[in-house]
Design a protein around this ligand. Sequence first.
Ligand SMILES: *[C@@H]1O[C@H](CO)[C@@H](O)[C@H](O)[C@H]1NC(C)=O
Ligand SMILES: *[C@@H]1O[C@H](CO)[C@@H](O)[C@H](O)[C@H]1NC(C)=O
Length: 145
Amino acid sequence: MHWRILVIFSFIRFFSSGDTLLAPCDSQIYCTGEVLRQVQMAKLFDDDKYFVDMKLTTAPEVVVEAFANLSSGFPNKTIPSSELQKFLQTYFEEPGKEFEQWTPPDWHSKPTFLSRVSDSKYRSWAEELHSLWKSLGRKVNVGFH
Ligand SMILES: *[C@@H]1O[C@H](CO)[C@@H](O)[C@H](O)[C@H]1NC(C)=O
Ligand SMILES: *[C@@H]1O[C@H](CO)[C@@H](O)[C@H](O)[C@H]1NC(C)=O
């Protein structure tokens, strides 16, 4: 029954790795700091979650520095919303680009390891679980978050 444990574990790991909300929130961009504050103040998006779901196009340090550079040119370091919008277009992607639908290249509907499971109840359970891999299959783009 060792394989069952393996399947479940990789399943759980897969799930939690996709969920950034489970990570401790220490991001200088998404959790604290000027970028988030000004984006919220400017009310660029109806939903605060929108910004949080945007992915960086470059390393966080660069984004923070570029933000500091840009804001230092404005009175009170407050970036006008049109400039802020441009900044976001440069350093962030629209939400939802992070995941591409993806079927693992080695995915088979009836992998041979399942045919070795003699108990038919376990086998169909495992097949069901296995088929979820396909629908959950998403390739996380290489990027910074
Ligand atoms: C910020 O400004 C400094 C000094 O002008 C510059 O060297 C640096 O490249 C700028 N950083 C970014 C990310 O634009
Ligand atoms: C500058 O910031 C301070 C403190 O945040 C605020 O009280 C003041 O009204 C701001 N001034 C301008 C011109 O926006």
